[in-house]
Design a protein around this ligand. Structure first.
Ligand code: ATP
Ligand code: MG
Length: 391
C-alpha cells in the first residue's frame, strides 16, 4: 500500500504576501528532519504540503518526526490510489478506514475535486462513498454537522487520496523565521519548556549550560545534553555551549556575603551568556524563570539580573504555574529526564537566607568586592561548543 502524509499549515496560511517565504523555510526544516529517511517527494497545494516517500519507510517514525515540526497545525496519513471510482469504492480502500471507523458512531464523507474533469461531481462522490461505508460498517450513521470521523476523498490531477484521521501537529511558525535565541539551559523542568516555547514562535535556539565540576558531575552534564537532544526533535540541531563556572562560583563564595550568592551568580551567568550571544550574532536570551517561584525569581531579583544584559531576556514561563509548565514538559517529553536527581551549579553554595528583595545598588556594591572580569573572560574562552542533534 502506498501511503503519504498531508500537512496542513497553521498560522503560515495567514501570512499573506510572506506565506511563500514561511512555507519555504518550513519545507527546508522538514527536509532536514527527514534527511536520513530515504527519497521523499514534496509538493504543495492550497496550504497543504504533500509528503510522499518514494522508498519504503517507517511511516510511524516519519509521522512522529513531522508532529514535532513547528508550522504544521494538522497532519494526516492518506492512502494513494488510482484516480477512478472503482478504486475509491474498493474494499482495499475501505479497509484503510478500519482503525478510524470501528470505534466511531458517526461519520461523513467530504470530497475535494481539484481535477474538474473527473466524471463524478463532489456530492456524487460523497453519496457513493457514504453508501459503501454504511454497507461495510453498519453500526455507523451519517452526521454531516458534527461527525466523529470525516472520511475525505481527494481527486487530484494524477491520483486520488483518501484519509480519515487528522492528527494534531506542533503548531507555531517555522524555526528560522524569528531570529536566534540563546537559552540558559539547566537540567530542570522549566528551561527546556521555555526553549521550546520560543522555538515554537520561530526562533533558532542555541543553548548555554554552566557546569561547576567537581561540585557538579559529568552525569549531570550528560543529562542536560540528553534534554537538549530531546529538544532538538522540535528545535532542530542545537549548538551547545558548556561554560566552566567553578572558579567564578568559588570566588563568589570566598568574597561576597552569603545572602547575595545566588543573585551575583545569576548576574555573572547573564554576563557570560550575553558575550556568547554577541559572538554568535544572537538577538535575545531565554530563561525558564517563573515569577515568584524561588528567591532569585522575584521581580526585585530579576531587575538585578536584567541590569547586566544588553539583550532582551525572554522568560516564556513567567506567568505560568509549575503544573502548567509540567504539562508542557510531559508533552514535549522532557519531564522524565528533567526529574532525574542530578545536581545543578545553582544548588552549589546556596545561601540559607537569600535576599528576596535585593536592590540593584546593594548587589552592585557587593559584587564590586571582587574583580570578576578576568574570570569571566577565561570562562568564555574555555567554553566548549558542540552540536547536539535529534536522534
Ligand atoms: P529549571 O527548572 O529550568 O532548572 P528552576 O526553577 O530550577 O529552573 P533556577 O535553578 O533558579 O530555576 O534557574 C532559573 C533559570 O536559570 C533556569 O530556568 C535556566 O534558564 C537558568 N539556569 C539555571 N541553572 C543553569 C545552568 N546550570 N546552566 C544554564 N542555565 C541555568
Ligand atoms: Mg534549576
Amino acid at each position: 500500500m502506498k501511503e503519504i502524509v498531508l500537512c496542513k499549515y497553521g498560522e503560515i496560511a495567514l501570512k499573506g504576501l510572506n506565506k511563500n517565504t514561511f512555507e519555504a523555510v518550513m519545507v527546508k526544516n522538514i527536509k532536514h528532519r527527514l534527511r536520513d529517511m530515504g527519497k521523499i517527494e514534496y509538493s504543495r497545494s492550497q496550504s497543504t504540503l504533500y509528503i510522499e516517500p518514494v522508498d519504503d519507510v517507517d511511516m510511524d517514525e516519519l509521522v512522529d518526526r513531522l508532529r514535532k515540526v513547528y508550522g504544521i497545525a494538522k497532519l494526516c496519513r492518506a492512502k494513494k490510489i488510482e484516480k477512478s471510482m472503482d478504486a475509491v469504492l474498493s474494499k482495499e480502500t475501505t479497509d484503510y478506514f478500519d482503525e478510524s471507523l470501528e470505534n466511531a458512531k458517526t461519520f461523513k464523507v467530504f470530497a475535494k475535486r481539484s481535477d474538474k474533469h473527473f466524471a463524478l461531481k463532489s456530492p456524487e462522490i460523497c453519496r457513493e462513498m457514504g453508501h459503501v461505508i454504511l454497507e461495510r460498517y453498519p453500526h455507523l450513521s451519517v452526521d454531516v454537522h458534527d461527525p466523529d470521523v470525516t472520511v475525505t476523498v481527494e481527486i487530484r490531477e494524477t491520483n486520488a487520496f483518501v484519509h480519515a484521521k487528522a492528527l494534531d501537529g506542533a503548531g507555531g511558525i517555522p524555526i528560522g523565521t524569528s531570529g536566534r535565541a540563546l537559552l540558559l539551559l539547566s537540567g530542570g523542568i522549566d528551561s527546556p519548556v521555555a526553549g521550546c516555547m520560543i522555538a515554537k514562535r520561530g526562533a533558532q535556539i542555541q543553548a548555554v549550560h554552566f557546569e561547576a565540576p567537581p561540585y557538579t558531575s559529568e552525569r549531570a552534564r550528560l543529562k542536560v545534553e540528553r534534554l537538549a537532544q530531546i529538544m532538538a526533535g522540535y528545535c532542530g540541531d542545537i549548538k551547545f555551549h558548556c561554560v566552566p563556572f567553578t572558579k567564578i562560583q568559588e570566588a563568589i563564595r570566598d568574597n561576597c556575603k552569603e545572602e547575595f550568592f545566588t543573585i551575583i551568580m545569576r548576574r555573572l551567568m547573564m554576563e557570560i551568556a550575553v558575550k556568547i550571544a554577541e559572538k554568535e550574532d544572537i538577538q535575545c536570551l531565554v530563561t525558564g524563570e517563573s515569577l515568584g517561584q524561588v528567591a532569585s525569581q522575584t521581580m526585585y531579583a530579576m531587575v538585578c539580573t536584567d541590569a547586566v544584559s544588553t539583550l532582551p531576556v525572554f522568560r516564556p514561563c513567567i506567568g505560568m504555574d509549575k503544573s502548567e509548565i509540567v504539562e508542557i514538559s510531559r508533552k514535549i517529553d522532557t519531564f522524565e529526564t528533567s526529574i532525574e536527581p542530578y545536581e545543578d551549579c545553582c544548588t552549589v553554595f546556596t545561601p540559607k537566607h537569600p535576599k528576596t528583595r535585593p536592590t540593584l545598588k546593594d548587589v552592585e556594591k557587593e559584587q564590586q568586592r571582587f574583580d570578576f572580569a578576568p574570570l569571566v573572560e577565561t570562562a568564555v574562552n574555555d567554553t566548549r561548543t558542540y552540536y547536539i542533534n535529534a536522534d
